[in-house]
Design a protein around this ligand. Structure first.
Ligand SMILES: [Zn+2]
Length: 69
């Protein structure tokens, strides 16, 4: 059983951020935009670029993940 909690994982380089705080404080994570789900605002996506050499992949986080305590 995997007890390692993770907030988000980069789909390309598989960097794992364990908490929301880890993710937001990582200077390599650059916010690039918001993709709305018009019928369901909490299912909108926040889009980030993982700005490290060799990655530069966009990763998305559901808005509700940020709203959770
Ligand atoms: Zn990455």
């Amino acid at each position: 059983m995997d007890t390692m909690e993770s907030f988000n994982i980069c789909p390309k380089c598989l960097t794992r951020w364990r908490t929301k705080g880890d993710f937001l404080s990582d200077s390599a994570v650059v916010f690039i935009g918001y993709q709305a789900d018009l019928g369901n605002p909490e299912l909108g996506l926040l889009l980030f670029t993982h700005s490290v050499p060799g990655c530069l992949t966009t990763t998305a986080v559901f808005v509700h993940q940020f709203l959770d305590p």
